[in-house]
Design a protein around this ligand. Structure first.
Ligand code: NAI
Length: 338
């Protein structure tokens, strides 16, 4: 009734205001490890995202420069840099999404698990701060080994009493990005039309692309599917070796991380039918965490989707990956509780 009795001009003003705040709400995104190989291009890509209104760039050092640089880009978000642990709280406060690419990357000959000793501690301390300063934020975990760092984060949040399984994600988008690219090349179909679910985890054989569900359909030979599967599983190693000691995937990872964060933002904003593969708490297999297609919504995970029909080769791949993924999950849980 108040709205009805008000003048036409203030009515349209009200409508306009409620419309604009409904369509593009304020959203703060924090990047932890923002001065790193992934962190820098990821910060730039998040600055290009019109759904972000505040961008907080945190690292142990180097963020004032990255933030000054990125802040000159003429897009919506306000950028601030935070350096050193005493500024972590400020960086996190009010965040809707926290993206974590902090930690050391692989060198040639290393597995992701070789990073455990350093990165597990970094993730544990960052998640302790998240529980304190922005317990409701969606957490996008990029730091490897993702198969263990996500369970570590879950344990830290449980101890702090803030755990919400709908808000914790291991970022496996790069596996999907790679599977799409490699499939398009082999099947000779336009890459922008390709979709391929990738399930399991994010290391070696735990990465299981489901090419039997790939669209557009292509009649690839069994050997081609095997080669594509292997290349997707070894995609990270391909980059590590090509960089020859200068780190792992950073540019394609920044792209993948930005895609996943954008999907989370859309979900938070109520965009319907946002579906991405991601490593989450799950009951689609016997394991407590598993990557599969997940529907994203206003509270994070809206629905963890089933794996769907698989070929015999994929069913075998699933059986093969379970022991390794189980061990990595347990290693993370054990670390967090020691
Ligand atoms: P990098 O060494 O270039 O950058 C890491 C950044 O983290 C550095 O700026 C460092 O100062 C920062 N850092 C270290 N300790 C920190 C702390 N306690 N708080 C905040 N920041 C801290 O490494 P890069 O190449 O950016 O990789 C980062 C992580 O991402 C690695 O663990 C790597 O294995 C992982 N990764 C994950 C992928 C995925 O698909 N999920 C793909 C590629 C890499």
């Amino acid at each position: 009734t108040r709205l009805r009795s008000s003048s036409a001009s203030s009515q349209s003003h009200l409508l306009r205001r409620s419309y604009s705040s409904d369509s593009v709400p304020e959203r703060k995104v924090a990047v932890l490890g923002a001065a790193g190989g992934i962190g820098q291009p990821l910060s730039l890509l998040m600055k290009l995202n019109p759904l972000v209104s505040k961008l907080a760039l945190y690292d142990i050092a180097g963020t004032p420069g990255v933030a000054a640089d990125v802040s000159h880009v003429n897009t919506r978000s306000e950028v601030a840099g935070y350096a050193g642990e005493e500024q972590l709280g400020k960086a996190l406060e009010g965040s809707d999404i926290v993206i974590i690419p902090a930690g050391v990357p692989r060198k040639p000959g290393m597995t992701r698990d070789d990073l455990f000793n350093i990165n597990a501690g970094i993730v544990k301390s960052l998640c302790t701060a998240i529980a304190k300063y922005c317990p409701n934020a969606l957490v996008n975990m990029i730091s490897n080994p993702v198969n263990s760092t996500v369970p570590i984060a879950a344990e830290v949040f449980k101890k702090a009493g803030t755990y919400d399984e709908k808000k914790l994600f291991g970022v496996t988008t790069l596996d999907v990005v790679r599977a799409k690219t490699f499939y398009a090349g082999k099947a000779k179909v336009p890459v922008e039309e390709v979709n391929v679910p990738v399930v399991g985890g994010h290391a070696g054989i735990t990465i299981l692309p489901l090419f039997s569900q790939a669209v557009p359909k292509a009649n690839l030979a069994d050997e081609d599917i095997k080669a594509l599967t292997k290349r997707t599983q070894d995609g990270g190693t391909e980059v590590v070796e090509a960089k020859a000691g200068k780190g792992s995937a950073t540019l394609s990872m920044a792209y993948a991380g930005a895609l996943f964060a954008d999907a989370c933002l859309k979900g938070l904003n109520g965009v319907p039918d946002v579906v991405e593969c991601t490593f989450v708490q799950s009951s689609v297999t016997e394991l407590p965490f598993f990557a599969s297609k997940v529907k994203l919504g206003k509270n994070g995970v809206e629905e963890v989707l089933e794996l769907g029909p698989m070929s015999d080769y994929e069913k075998q791949g699933l059986q093969n990956l379970i022991p390794e993924l189980k061990a990595s999950i347990e290693k993370g849980i054990k670390f967090a509780n020691q």
